[in-house]
Design a binder for this molecule. Structure first.
Ligand SMILES: Nc1ncnc2c1ncn2[C@@H]1O[C@H](COP(=O)(O)OP(=O)(O)OP(=O)(O)O)[C@@H](O)[C@H]1O
Length: 308
């Protein structure tokens, strides 16, 4: 379990992390989200003892990182996949990590196998693709069989197959009872991976809830309706006070239950070809909730690409 209480980090005039209190529990994947500059990396660095809190504290299974005797046995982290010596092989890199943390060298081959790098374990890590470097970083995190794992942007720059592998892997770690905290900018990916979300903006905690609740509470579901008698149905739904938007061949009804629309159609003998609720996305929820806390806000929509 990771527990932060009033965690604060001030750099000069910048309050990077502002009075954060949260708990990250075992057995689930917890996503850590926030716009650029929200304070995610700073928080992760403080969890790992790489930065000292200005105020407040953060503990791992009850103790600050600095007081854990063999930290890699309790906490594994992937912060930056490029943090490897380019001329060193994956095997040499992991052996060095194991030796400096009192971890049996036999673990090296086990973790290489787990992440699928055994066949290239003797190649210089500098020649690895980004996906292979991410796998090596994950192997390093797993080396000491820790109960707590932190991953900062683990799917950054990966292809769909690599993303899918990491998603399944994180879920498996959580299913095995590990505490898994993962940050990512890929919101659709987080929606599929994380059971719980911590959302921060400008260093402050904005939301601490299950992924489902976060989306449901921060978005409005819509209902798509198609019918050969669409104009007639539109009049009836508008008469019932519903908010309706028109597309070419459907009505999009906001914030009204699908059942009510179906009942009105049935009561008036109207045939329906589609009646489907579309939940909001994590991206919608994120933008709705963090809109005021982005560090650099564009004042207009991006310009259309030239020459298309
Ligand atoms: N060493 C530092 N010195 C001064 N300011 C810093 C330092 N590290 C981070 N900051 C500032 O603290 C704030 C939070 O940065 P941080 O990197 O933690 O955010 P983040 O959520 O990880 O951002 P991103 O998603 O862009 O990686 C930013 O305003 C950043 O400029």
């Amino acid at each position: 379990m990771i527990q932060a209480v009033g965690l604060t980090k001030v750099y000069g005039k910048t309050v990077a992390v502002d009075d954060l209190s949260f708990t990250v529990n075992p057995g689930i994947v917890t996503g850590f989200l926030g716009p650029n500059g929200a304070g995610k990396s700073t928080t992760m660095r403080m969890i790992l003892g790489l930065d000292t809190p200005t105020r407040g504290s953060v503990s791992i299974n009850g103790a600050p990182y600095s007081q854990i005797p063999q930290p890699l046995r309790q906490v594994g982290a992937l912060l930056d996949a490029n943090w490897i010596h380019p001329n060193r092989s994956a095997k040499a890199h992991l052996r060095w990590m194991a030796a400096s943390n009192g971890i049996p060298v036999s673990r090296v081959n086990e973790v290489l196998d787990t992440v699928g790098l055994s066949a290239v374990a003797d190649k210089a890590a500098g020649k690895y693709s980004l996906g292979m470097k991410q796998r090596l970083g994950i192997a390093g995190a797993l080396l000491g069989e820790p109960d707590i794992l932190l991953f900062d942007e683990p799917v950054n720059g990966l292809d769909p197959e690599g993303i899918h592998w990491i998603r399944s892997f994180l879920k498996q770690l959580a299913a095995n009872g590990k505490t898994v905290l993962v940050s990512s900018h890929l919101l659709s990916e987080m929606a599929l991976t994380a059971d719980h979300l911590l959302v921060i903006g400008r260093g402050k905690l904005i939301s601490d809830s299950s992924t489902g609740d976060f989306i449901a509470n921060s978005t409005t579901a819509t209902v798509s309706v198609r019918s050969p008698q669409l104009a007639q149905l539109r009049v009836l739904l508008a008469g019932a006070g519903m908010q309706i938007a028109d597309t070419q061949d459907a009505l999009i009804v906001t914030a009204s239950p699908m059942e009510q629309i179906g009942d009105i159609a049935a009561a008036n003998g109207i045939t329906l070809h589609e009646l489907a609720t579309k939940a909001g996305s994590l991206e919608d929820a994120f933008i709705n909730l963090t809109g005021d806390s982005v560090e650099y806000n564009a004042t207009s929509a991006p310009a259309a690409p030239q020459g298309i």
